[in-house]
Design a protein around this ligand. Structure first.
Ligand code: DOR
Ligand code: ZN
Length: 334
């Protein structure tokens, strides 16, 4: 079966050797991917955007999967000013990503006064840039962080009705329900790992650091609400894998890093969910249409072929353990 090559609207490609190791998987399945800016040091200004894109293009030139374009972002921090937004747009950034203080990888010193950035949201609204939100309230109890953040989402959405806002990687039924009720300027990415995992997969038995990510996987009813939203055909919900590679040594560690590396299994793992809970025909709008429409991008012109053929996910890809390592998947990208 051929499907339109996909858009992954939330991916961590990292830098250096890690970038070299992870980019081929994304470039093979995706025609575009929105690349997250939480590097060390972060992507903050126009020069950072240009340099990071050049690094990605350099690695891409030595990679199969030629029809791939990185979509660039910058990190919104407390010192980001409205005056910088036009320059960031000129440099190629199509979205700004807001990380609340301390809620995930490299978010130390992030935002805690969301209203103080109203001038920045205004400038983004005026120049047609998308605001991507990591939706967790700092210092709230970990299972309630996303729900508590929804008041911030509503506040920004209602004050900036023309600003396109994406609540990234929703993990709760509360968030899904909230996005459904907000106007059409608010959309939501969903990950494949949150369609598979609940908190029990992380801490229900022996601690599984490879299922640990932010926001942490929640309850069974939340997992089902995510699958339901992905299958619903509602264009507010589209794919953002949040594929977040960390070396095994950083995951199997007393201070284990948050992130699930889904890029190597992205399309096959999605096919399995869509087949098990609905129908595979609903996959393409979710992976290859709704995000393009929301971001005002043309539809991708190339295809990938998916076949129903069992294959075993490797235990490691380079220094990283992929999601569903060692498991047999029924679908394969040719
Ligand atoms: O689990 C996560 N890992 N969540 C994020 O928001 C960031 C990501 C990372 O960069 O590792
Ligand atoms: Zn992320």
């Amino acid at each position: 079966m051929l499907i339109r090559k996909i858009d992954d609207m939330h991916v961590h490609l990292r830098q250096g050797e890690m970038l070299e190791s992870v980019l081929p998987y994304t470039a093979m399945q995706c025609e575009r991917a929105l690349v997250m800016p939480n590097l060390m040091p972060p992507i903050l200004n126009a020069n950072d955007v240009i340099n990071y894109r050049m690094q990605i293009m350099e690695v891409l030139s030595n990679t199969k999967g030629k029809f791939f374009a990185p979509l660039m972002t910058f990190k919104i921090v407390p010192t980001t000013s409205a005056a910088e937004i036009d320059g960031l747009k000129q440099a190629g950034a199509i979205a700004g990503k807001l990380y609340p203080d301390g809620v995930t990888t490299n978010s130390q010193g992030g935002v805690s006064d969301f209203k103080a950035l109203f001038p920045v949201y205004k400038a983004m609204e005026e120049c047609g840039m998308v605001l991507c939100l990591h939706g967790e309230m700092p210092n709230a109890f970990s299972l309630d962080r996303e729900t508590e953040f929804l008041s911030v989402l509503k506040d920004v959405a209602l004050n900036f009705p023309k600003l396109r806002i994406v609540l990234e990687h929703a993990t709760t039924k509360d968030a899904i329900d909230c996005v459904k009720t907000l106007p059409a300027n608010v959309a939501c990415t969903l990950t494949v790992h949150h369609m598979y995992l609940t908190l029990d997969d992380v801490i229900g038995g022996a601690l599984n650091p490879h299922a640990f990510c932010k926001p942490v996987a929640k309850r069974p009813k939340d997992r089902l609400a995510i699958i339901d939203a992905a299958l619903s055909g509602n264009p507010k919900f589209f794919l953002g894998s949040d594929s977040a590679p960390h070396a095994i040594s950083a995951k199997e560690n007393a201070c284990g890093a948050a992130g699930v590396y889904t890029a190597p299994v992205l399309v096959p793992a999605l096919c399995q969910i869509f087949e098990d809970y609905g129908t595979i025909t609903k996959l393409e709008p979710f992976t290859s249409q709704f995000a393009a429409e929301f971001y005002n991008l043309p539809l991708n012109q190339h295809s990938i072929e998916i076949v129903k053929e069992p294959w075993k996910v490797p235990e490691v890809c380079g220094t990283i353990k992929p999601f569903l390592a060692g498991q047999t998947l029924n679908w394969k990208v040719v």
